[in-house]
Write a protein that binds this ligand. Structure first.
Ligand code: G3I
Length: 350
């Protein structure tokens, strides 16, 4: 009898212990642990670029996207050549599919991008006069922003207009219209959807230096001229060799905020030489943690977006030979150290 009691007591203790430990090992409320849910507690919206083919064909891709992110940026489907391949023809089918997916899953959409020197069709380059170029760009912006009025919460209105030298980039828009094309684009976008947040977006200007000075000067002048710009997107495509200093990024986010502008991290990834070493993966995780913490700490920074989320569909290997492994999930959707580091930045208790 005593032996039976003892065994029952032991079982009860073990059961109690298991019930106590289980929730921490396997959280029953998975939403608490997602990037987005934790980010929201920090006042940050967590986003990712989305590949249309991946969304179409890969169920696991859709699941992880809907679970972890509350904002998406179409990686290619809203670019000029995709939406407006011929002067009189717009093609919204794929972009609409992305927007509908977002809507169904309570995900916001960041529109990317209205004015860029890349991925524009040849017919645009053939505009015969400044007036013709102005008319076609105005028509494009009014039609696209109008089509998504109320559905796209923020637009990258002008993308990468500044060269690494700090001067305005020599683009078809600059040559055809002159520097005023930037202000015009913001005004047309604002007229087409007064509630959309309008951004200037660029790479290589995250910290301090020639390019970030030039971006600061450009957006300051837009603000001064009362041009309807709401914020600056810092892309944050990094390698371990070119990462900006976190304190420089903090200073930059602060000075942009002091202009009354919002800041978003819009395209972060950290490419690694393949095969990626343990040391590099640790350094990568550290960069994701540091940049996210810097955004959280900055009053102006409200949005943190990575350029894709799984290494399965990243643009990096197509562009940089022998580089990859740049994102938060591996090719099989397993969270990497970088993912854990992001959770740590969002919840230092983890
Ligand atoms: O869709 C065609 C396909 O039909 C064709 O068979 C194939 C052959 O190469 O090309 C496909 O298009 C490619 C497209 O990605 C979709 O995969 C283009 O050639 C390729 O140039 C394009 O690259 C994109 C790049 O922008 C240039 O537009 C990348 O996916 C995209 O990640 C990248 O994103 C940019 C941001 O928009 C701005 N900031 C930098 C960032 C990285 O470069």
């Amino acid at each position: 009898m005593r032996c039976l009691l003892k065994r029952q007591t032991l079982l009860a203790v073990l059961l109690g212990l298991a019930l106590f430990l289980l929730p921490s090992l396997y959280p029953t409320d998975a939403s608490i642990m997602t990037l987005s849910a934790l980010a929201a507690l920090n006042g940050i919206r967590m986003g990712t670029a989305v590949s249309f083919p991946a969304l179409q064909q890969d169920e696991r891709y859709r699941d992880v996207l809907a679970r972890e992110f509350r904002q998406l940026t179409p990686e290619n489907e809203m670019k000029f050549s995709r939406l407006h391949p011929e002067p009189e023809r717009y093609d919204f089918d794929k972009a609409d599919t992305l927007v509908n997916f977002a809507d169904t899953h309570g995900i916001m959409v960041r529109g990317h991008t209205l004015v860029w020197h890349s991925q524009i069709p040849d017919w645009v380059k053939a505009a015969r006069s400044r007036d013709a170029a102005i008319a076609l760009l105005r028509n494009h912006i009014q039609t696209v922003v109008g089509h998504y009025r109320g559905q796209v919460m923020a637009w990258d209105v002008v993308n990468e207009a500044i060269a690494d030298s700090g001067r305005l980039r020599d683009t078809v828009w600059l040559r055809q219209i002159g520097p005023d094309y930037i202000g015009m684009a913001f005004r047309w976008a604002h007229a087409a959807d007064p509630n959309a947040r309008l951004f200037y977006n660029d790479y290589g200007g995250e910290g301090l230096g020639r390019k970030s000075e030039a971006i600061y000067r450009l957006v300051s002048s837009l603000v001064e001229k009362d041009i309807p710009i709401d914020g600056v997107g810092l892309q944050m495509h990094l390698s371990l060799q070119n990462a900006p200093d976190a304190s420089d990024v903090a200073t930059n986010l602060q000075r942009l905020g002091e202009l009354g502008l919002e800041t978003h991290i819009t395209e972060m990834d950290v490419r690694l030489a393949l095969p990626a070493s343990e040391q590099d993966r640790l350094a990568q995780a550290d960069l994701f943690r540091t940049m996210l913490s810097t955004c959280i700490a900055a009053d102006s920074c409200s949005n943190f977006t990575t350029w894709g989320f799984t290494d399965r569909y990243s643009w990096i290997p197509h562009r940089y030979k022998d580089f990859g492994a740049a994102l938060l999930f591996d090719r099989d959707y397993q969270p990497k150290m970088a993912y854990a580091a992001m959770l740590e930045a969002l919840d230092p208790e983890t």
